[in-house]
Design a protein around this ligand. Structure first.
Ligand SMILES: [Fe+2]
Ligand SMILES: [Fe+2]
Length: 199
């Protein structure tokens, strides 16, 4: 089957649109987190947002292979969530839900269709990205839990807190309000997240 005549062609366009939106939605969260002083949390979100940009780029690249002519328009019927408002905590929860839907429903269906239509490379891309979206879901859930339970900067046992700005470290149950060395605010401490390799 020619890619341009396939459902996979439309699914690539749908996935591209979804990834573009996820990229921007996470920039919204990053914007809100920065406004509230959660500098390190914003940095974690920024990395995820950049991942979505790259997912969009890869779907776009495959779609481009469908024609040597300019692709002037791709008509797609697709729905996307518009639930996020300007509440960082709530948006972290919603982001985890969106990731979950992508990883468990949307992309598995696109992967299966690509296999059925004879596009194994595109199926593999969907499969690889499913794994990434699952890891995104875990990060969002962990950030959500810690923010909700006030454990972003306070633990029930002593841990090493490191200032992302100047590198100063000290051990204690709670992070400083202001780094004693460079005066960076509390939000600049490196977060303790099991779901990332951050330390
Ligand atoms: Fe993505
Ligand atoms: Fe994601």
């Amino acid at each position: 089957m020619e890619l341009i005549k396939s459902e996979t062609y439309h699914n690539l366009a749908r996935a591209f649109a979804g990834e573009c939106q996820a990229h921007i939605r996470y920039m919204f969260i990053e914007y809100g987190a920065k406004k509230e002083g959660h500098k390190s949390l914003a940095a974690v979100i920024d990395k995820i947002s950049y991942n979505e940009f790259n997912h969009a780029r890869m779907f776009y690249t495959f779609l481009q292979q469908a024609s040597t002519e300019d692709i002037d328009n791709v008509d797609i019927m697709a729905g996307y969530p518009f639930r996020e408002k300007w509440d960082v905590l709530e948006n972290l929860r919603l982001a985890a839900e969106d990731e979950n839907q992508e990883a468990t429903e949307v992309y598995p269906a696109y992967r299966d269709k690509a296999l059925e239509e004879g596009f194994p490379e595109i199926a593999k891309l969907f499969d690889d990205i499913i794994k990434v979206e699952e890891s995104h879901r875990e990060i969002f859930l962990e950030l959500y839990d810690q923010m909700k339970n006030n454990t972003l900067y306070k633990k029930d046992k002593p841990v090493v807190w490191r200032c992302a700005d100047c590198g100063y470290e000290s051990t204690g149950e709670e992070a400083w309000d202001e780094c004693p060395v460079c005066k960076a605010k509390r939000g600049a401490v490196v977060l303790h997240l099991k779901s990332t390799e951050q330390k």
